[in-house]
Design a protein around this ligand. Sequence first.
Ligand code: XBP
Ligand code: MG
Length: 258
Amino acid sequence: MGNGKGPLRAVLFDVDGTLADTERDGHRVAFNAAFAELGLDWNWDVDLYGELLKITGGKERIQHYMKNYAPAGMDRHDLDTWIASLHKVKTKHYVNLLEGGEIPLRPGVARLIQDLREANIKIAIATTTTEENVTALLKSTLGEASLGWFDVIGAGDIVPGKKPEPDIYHWVLERLGLPAQYCIAVEDSENGLKASLAAGLDTLVTVSDYTRLQNFNGARLVLSDLGEPAQPFAVLEGSAFDNGWVDTELLLKLKALD
Ligand code: XBP
Ligand code: MG
């Protein structure tokens, strides 16, 4: 199961569901606001959105929805351009939500990022979402300066295949200049875990409401969240060595498990 021992040099964070619970009250709301703005009578409720999350990428999700729920629109000759412009409106609404401070970081995220920086371990982002969304989330939660804390931010359409393809992880590892065995990924979903494992990364999973029941075979450890001293995590799969919150020391122990 392991990918070879190596010192821990970098942690690669997924964004949606991992850094923050962005999907139900963030992306979903922004998609619906964009549909309303463009006069579409589509509404993605909480359950339907859970289904649609199987498709990663907002533009890909819209296309999948149209094909299965609103096929009439699929005939337009400019389908890709039309979806891209609808998605731009969605991004505008999503960034507005973040700038309004609507979405906080999940437990333990800010603490772990600080701890890794103090330990001189690199941090990076590997996500399917649009880069503007990542920068808006980091700015609104950790402050403007936090953008400079990340050695690499890999997001959106810069690679051909979105998760569960490993492309974004390969892209980030290449720019970090590190082989996978020196790194750990933090993910929240089965699609994300598939991507990180396919890139050869040991992976820690913190589940979110939408992903709790998914298959996390191959993860080093599956937790409720990263935990805080005053609010320890629950262990769902694997061993956390009696720790109640994820810190650099626990990640080093996970790396040494092979
Ligand atoms: C995130 C996604 C994204 C977001 C929406 O997956 O699939 O599509 O839901 O963002 P992951 P965009 O957490 O695995 O990176 O609309 O910007 O695509
Ligand atoms: Mg995710």
